[in-house]
Each structure stands twice: as C-alpha cells, then as structure tokens.
Design a protein around this ligand. Structure first.
Ligand SMILES: [Ca+2]
Length: 240
C-alpha cells in the first residue's frame, strides 16, 4: 500500500502505523519481518505543515489561517524538500527558504518589547544564536500589532529576505502524533529528494530512508495505547 492507505488500514484494523521509540523496537520489527530486499512503512513522515516558532510557548503558536501571517504566492513550496526555515520576503510575505542561506534577520527583545533588524547576513541557526545571545530570540509574528511593528522596523531597510523565527523539524512527525528522538537512518539518508516525505524501513538492515509516500510497501501497524501523546500531558503529570 502507499503510506496513506497504510495509515488508514492500521487505524481501521489496529491502532495506527508504528512509532519507533528505541533500538529495541526497531530490532523487534526487523525480526518480525521476512528478510527481503524490500521496504516497509513506519509511521514516520516529513510534515510540511508543522511550522513552529523559535520562541516556544503556546501563545506563540500560529496556524496558517491568521490574516497577519501571509505566505507569498505559491509558498511554502519546500523546494527540493529542503526549505525548513522562513524568511519575510519583500518585508511582508513569508517564504520557506533553505536554513543555510544567509540573510539579515529580525530579533525580538522581550525586555523592552523591541524589534531589531540585524543587517548582517547569517544562516537561520546562526541568526537564532545571535538573537538569543544579545536579545531574546528570533522574532515571532503573533498579532496584527506585532506585524505592523515589524513592518515599521523593516520600512526603508531595502532588505529582500529577512529571517524570522518560524521553522520546522522535517523528520519529527509520526502518524500516531507521538514524538520519538530515536532515528536509524541509512547512511546518506534522508537525502530529501523531491517529494520524499515518508520514511520506510529496509527489511534486511532495519535502517530507514526517505521515500515517496506513493510507493507501495508492506507496513507495520501497532495495537495498544498511544504512548507519550504529543499533547501538553507532561505539563500535567502530577504525582499524588
Ligand atoms: Ca520557498
């Protein structure tokens, strides 16, 4: 089945596609499967819509529908499956760009609620480090007011692209919405080829690669409780 069919199948007949939390689970799956030169679907995928802010916190979360956050025409386009950081383009609209590109950037300083344009080109993570060292963080855009402050700050600066704090982790999503820090990538993988947004495991080696979600593979479902559900559960973990 392709990945979406596999997900539906697992959700209908079991709980979901499997999440691999550690090497024991990875080994268990491998031992359950025939020793074939073939691939099998896990729940792993590259979520193109999982944007988040460098300055974390629930108030900073912004969905894609907010009127003050506007993607430029045709964006985000994730060119070469390799654009995980967001810059303001033409000072008002957002575009996903390769995180290694060097652009000026916008810091936010929470102490005096100011926005600082640093006209020195850096990669997204170098810009983030700079903002965290000298101010608070790369800026978020959480409201109309904040958006107009940013527009004022950029006004007349002439910058074409400027980094803001929006980014995503490309391979951190699992079908059952849990999180796992374990990975077992095949050497050189994921290579983020065009349209490779799903992560199957190789049956013989137990190693993972990124592949097209429309490829047909075997699949691993699981049945049972969903572990560490990706909610705020950990914040409410109170022992009595
Ligand atoms: Ca783009």
């Amino acid at each position: 089945m392709n990945w979406t069919e596999a997900q539906s199948y697992c959700r209908e007949h079991f709980t979901d596609l499997v999440t691999v939390y550690n090497s024991d689970i990875n080994q268990l799956l491998r031992s359950m499967a025939p020793n074939l030169e073939d691939w099998v679907w896990l729940g792993l995928y590259n979520d193109r819509y999982s944007w988040k802010w460098s300055m974390e916190g629930k108030h900073f979360y912004v969905g894609s529908t907010h009127e003050f956050l506007i993607w430029a025409n045709g964006q985000p386009d994730c060119v070469n499956a390799n654009e995980y950081c967001v810059a303001l383009q033409g000072q008002t609209q957002m575009d996903d760009r390769p995180c290694g590109d060097s652009y000026p950037f916008l810091c936010y300083n929470a102490k005096n609620t100011s926005y600082i344009l640093v006209k020195e080109s850096r990669s997204w993570s170098a810009a983030q480090s700079y903002c965290r060292t000298y101010h608070t963080d790369l800026t978020s855009i959480r409201s109309k007011e904040e958006k107009s402050n940013i527009t004022l700050t950029l006004n007349g600066s002439g910058v074409q692209y400027v980094w803001i704090g929006l980014y995503r982790d490309p391979w951190s999503s699992w079908s059952d919405n849990t999180t796992s820090t374990f990975t077992n990538w095949w050497i050189g993988q994921p290579d983020n080829g065009n349209s490779e947004y799903c992560g199957p495991m190789h049956l013989m080696s137990g190693e993972w690669a990124d592949g097209s979600c429309t490829s047909k593979h075997f699949l691993f479902c699981f049945r049972g409780e969903v572990q560490n559900a990706n909610t705020v559960r950990s914040c409410h973990h109170v022992k009595h």
